[in-house]
Design a protein around this ligand. Structure first.
Ligand code: PHE
Length: 345
């Protein structure tokens, strides 16, 4: 045995290339198989004189370890390439795709509503979800024992004192804050999340979203309200949409009205979405009650205004004919992906 013999195998090992698992196996056999080059050197080692064993034992063992490591490394690279079906540097392969999320249908409709009213010159105002009784009820002319204040409707954070803290039941509270803080004339919409202590069903939820609007100026009339709602309905449901106003009651508006839009599915003929009536209820509205203006420091002799409020989920349900409110809160991807193409709207 000579040093040159060992060096020769080291050089061969360094120059070794193997691209496929088959070539790696051939290389293993060539160096470490029963008749392999390194195996042969070990055979020879057994028969050399004991005084030379020290000189060759160590380099031989190192050579064997290096060969095992090299074969293992080659096997890993070749295996990966097999797994990907082609060499790693095949630039024609499709890249790793990242799945993009999409906007929630409630966000899409909220944005559409906001965009429509922005076009009409409304500003967007936001306010706290945890509110006090004054902003949610008192300043809006709710009588002290109005049922909406009841524990059954309102989630209280802390009750039992003059001005209880609660989760807002409507975003009209933001309109009160607008009256407190903004210069007249005021023209705002208030999108946001609201909370009501209701049993969850296909038609009701304890959390939902609203957009409410408020316009206060000199000489604002019911005709202005009607026009604003009609233009909104046409933008939202199509140019041929009609509206119908039914008398209603809210503590903070007088007169008050509920608004229906002509059914965009049967165009007034009657179908199961509009329950045969040809009309779908979309919002509540009215002329701001003078008591509300006065409670917020606005001269009701000089100024008048209108307000309206709608549920975003309800508009979305009508727009996309979704028949169960709960879909909007369960985040089932099969439901959410239905709205991917609505992103561009
Ligand atoms: N705040 C009312 C609600 O939550 C909606 C509304 C707003 C009605 C403004 C009339 C005027 O039901």
């Amino acid at each position: 045995m000579t040093n040159e013999q060992i060096q020769k195998v080291i050089d061969e090992l360094n120059a070794l290339k193997a691209n496929t698992l088959k070539q790696v196996e051939e290389a293993r056999v060539r160096f470490l198989g029963k008749k392999g080059e390194i195996t042969a050197l070990f055979e020879e080692f057994r028969s050399i004189a004991p005084e030379y064993k020290k000189q060759f034992g160590r380099p031989l063992n190192e050579l064997k370890q290096a060969a095992l490591a090299k074969i293992e490394e080659l096997r890993e690279v070749a295996g990966n390439e097999i797994a990907s079906g082609a060499p790693a540097d095949d630039l024609s392969l499709p890249g790793t795709s990242y799945e993009l999320g999409s906007r929630h249908p409630v966000s899409i409709v909220r944005q559409q509503i906001v965009d429509i009213f922005r076009k009409f010159g409304y500003d967007v105002a936001e306010g706290p979800e945890i509110e006090d009784d004054w902003h949610v009820f008192e300043a809006l002319n709710f009588p002290p024992n109005h049922p909406a204040r009841d524990m059954q409707d309102t989630f209280f954070v802390s009750a039992g004192h003059d001005n209880p803290i609660l989760l807002r039941t409507h975003t009209s509270s933001v309109q009160v804050r607008a009256m407190e803080n903004m210069q007249l004339p005021i023209r705002v919409i208030c999108p946001g999340r609201v909370f009501r202590n209701e049993a969850i069903s296909a038609r009701a939820h304890c959390i939902f979203h609203q957009v409410e609007g408020l316009y206060i100026d000199e000489n604002v009339t019911f005709a202005d309200l009607k026009q604003a709602i009609l233009l909104f309905a046409r933008e939202m449901f199509g140019a041929d949409a009609k509206i119908r106003m039914r008398p209603s009651f809210f503590p903070f508006t007088e007169p008050s009205s509920e608004v229906d839009v002509s059914c965009n599915i049967c165009h007034g003929k009657g179908c199961n979405i509009c329950k045969g009536t040809g009309w779908l209820e979309i919002l509540g509205c009215g002329m701001v009650d003078p008591n509300v203006l006065e409670a917020n420091g606005i001269d009701s002799k000089k100024y008048s205004g209108f307000a309206f409020g709608m549920g975003i989920e309800r508009i979305a349900m009508l727009k996309w004919q979704v028949n169960d409110l709960r879909h909007y809160f369960e985040n089932d991807l099969r439901f959410l992906h239905e709205f991917d193409s609505a992103l561009e709207v």
